[in-house]
Design a protein around this ligand. Structure first.
Ligand code: 13P
Length: 283
């Protein structure tokens, strides 16, 4: 069943140390794999649509595909805009009743607050939840940025949330998108301080591909309620495609190479669902 508001979804689930897994999806195969994994594991799930894929295929095309996949689901599934920065995508996602993440991280603090306020009001007028971003982890790791400069502070979170009480807050605690260079260094102590500074706001951990399950668990314990995965699934899809297309003779019927790629994504999504302990949350 389709859910439009992540706050409502969180509140409908039993109290406990779990997070809702959110996966970037790009096409029918990803949507089927992620919803299939959620069904296998009896977990709620979020299908995240990022700006680049929406520019590639159009908001309506991808939401239509997701809605069609969700139609047969018996677990709660939310379609959500991920790192929304493009006005046209934000507007169309609101019209199509996707949950919204507004990414104002390119702006200075004050401008991020005022732009987020604008999108929070629009999202709430439509019954949709809104996630905001404080800190910097949107781009893949940039050697020029010092780790400290990418971190979110508890003080900024408290100031932001008292002015703009968003539904979910994504923070930077050593996490970033894409493949980690070496072991991820997640500052769980900082995460706890942030959670104490904004005790009623569920936190979001982006860039979770490559973060070990026990570290993810410490993050859940600290107050994270949504965990985003993208790279792990993209790698599984591409790796399976490379393997299948490398066979001799090369398969030319698309289902022959797309089915194993879809299966690979489904298996990784099942593993990540268990990593956030959302398996079995749904009867
Ligand atoms: P990864 O691709 O690093 O898992 O991050 C995904 C993400 O945070 C999407 O917002």
């Amino acid at each position: 069943m389709r859910i439009k508001n992540i706050t409502t979804l969180i509140q409908s689930l039993p109290f406990g140390t779990w997070a809702i897994p959110a996966f970037n999806v790009f096409n029918m195969e990803f949507a089927q794999a992620v919803v299939g994994a959620a069904q296998d594991e009896r977990s709620p799930v979020i299908l995240m649509l990022g700006d680049p894929i929406l520019s590639f295929c159009g908001v309506d095309m991808l939401i239509d595909i997701c809605e069609s996949v969700i139609a047969g689901a018996t677990v709660p599934v939310c379609i959500a805009l991920d790192h929304g920065k493009t006005e046209a995508h934000l507007i169309r996602c609101v019209e199509r009743e996707a949950a919204i993440m507004y990414d104002g991280s390119d702006h200075e603090f004050e401008a991020n607050m005022s732009e987020t306020r604008r999108w929070l009001d629009i999202a709430h007028q439509h019954g949709l939840s809104l996630e905001a971003e404080l800190g910097s982890f949107g781009a893949e790791f940039d050697d020029l940025a010092s780790p400290e400069s990418r971190m979110t502070t508890p003080e900024d979170c408290a100031r932001f949330i008292s002015a703009v009480p968003v539904d979910l807050l994504a923070v930077g605690v050593g996490n970033y998108h894409g493949k980690y260079k070496g072991e991820p260094e997640i500052d769980v102590a900082r995460l706890r301080e942030i959670a104490a500074a904004v005790p009623t706001t569920p936190l979001v951990l982006h860039g979770a591909s490559g973060i070990p399950a026990d570290t993810i668990h410490q993050c859940l314990d600290a107050g994270v309620k949504k965990v985003n995965f993208g790279y792990d699934l993209k790698f599984a899809f591409a790796d399976a495609l490379r393997r299948e297309l490398g066979r001799d003779p090369m398969p030319t019927q698309p289902p022959a190479f797309l089915a194993p790629a879809r299966d690979a994504v489904r298996q990784v999504a099942r593993d990540r669902i268990r990593d956030v302990s959302s398996n079995g949350l749904i009867d």
